[in-house]
Design a protein around this ligand. Structure first.
Ligand code: NAD
Length: 260
């Protein structure tokens, strides 16, 4: 149902973003992938998506720390594929530390990648969506857009912030066929989660097994990690006609975490 449409997915060389990019390609979109990583590995990912789904897939090397790179990424989608119909703001980073020890440079980078980058991408993409009279913006927020955890002050601030950005832009563009929603995953087993385990062990004085079972999975009544494919399917649904009336919504997909 996205045949002939263009999707831009930030941070799609890994984890959730890669799953979302593949899901949107699977329903026919041409896809712009983006993210950091080894050039050969990225080319393998890009070529794989194009071959697996018979769509066109290109790579944007935009660094989400750089607003001009972000504008260039949207312009690339428009010049290669004729527009930007779906924007998935997914790139994100995490850092775990007590607030009084939180490094200033980590604060700045998390704010830039998790919150400022979605703003710049939305700003650049919305004119294309208005021109088409149709658009889908999906911000990959987090359960931490709805609740907090200790030692994640900056991440939680950016995820609450993106919820506000989502709602505000949704109101602005609601009459123009454009929906804007935030998906709020609980813990999904990706490199982002795996890499925060050592710092969480240090911050809380726990073993690896205790972090997984007593911190991560303790939050989720299902006692399971959310699957990348589940988040990807949810994003796909939000792009469908059946989701046309869902907008400005902050949507949990977290195994019951925020029902506590
Ligand atoms: P990940 O580390 O697997 O992937 C992150 C992606 O962002 C990678 O492609 C990486 O290259 C890219 N990226 C990082 N910095 C970048 C930069 N400066 N410029 C361009 N790309 C950059 O992480 P993930 O777990 O798949 O997370 C994706 C999103 O989902 C993030 O916004 C994260 O906050 C959110 N999220 C993840 C979980 C989880 O449990 N994994 C839960 C809730 C929300």
């Amino acid at each position: 149902f996205l045949a002939g449409k263009t999707a831009v997915v930030t941070g799609s060389t890994s984890g959730i973003g890669l799953g979302v990019a593949r899901a949107l390609a699977g329903v026919g979109a041409n896809v712009v992938i983006n993210g950091l990583g080894d050039a050969d590995q990225i080319e393998t990912i890009r070529a794989g998506i194009a071959a697996d789904f018979g769509i066109r897939c290109i790579y944007s090397p935009a660094n989400m720390l750089q607003p001009q790179d972000i504008r260039d990424m949207i312009a690339l989608a428009a010049s290669e594929f004729g527009g930007c119909d779906v924007l998935v703001n997914n790139a994100g980073i995490q850092f775990v530390a007590p607030v009084d020890e939180f490094p200033d440079d980590k604060f700045a980078a998390i704010m830039a990648i998790n919150l400022a980058a979605p703003f710049h991408a939305i700003k650049a993409a919305v004119p294309h969506m208005k021109a088409a009279g149709w658009g889908r913006i999906i911000n990959v927020a987090s359960a931490h857009a709805l609740v907090a955890s200790p030692f994640k002050s900056t991440y939680v601030a950016t995820k609450h912030g993106i919820a506000g950005l989502t709602k505000s832009v949704a109101l602005e563009v609601a009459a123009q066929g454009i929906t804007v929603n935030a998906i709020c995953p609980g813990y999904v087993w990706t490199p982002l989660v795996e890499s925060q385990i050592p710092d969480t062990m240090a911050a809380r004085g726990l073993t690896r097994e205790q972090v997984i079972n007593d911190v991560l999975l303790a939050a989720q009544p299902t006692k399971k990690f959310v699957q990348i494919d589940e988040v990807a399917a949810f994003a796909g649904f939000l792009c469908s006609d059946g989701a046309a009336s869902i907008t400005g919504a902050i949507l949990p997909i977290e195994g019951g975490w925020t029902a506590h």
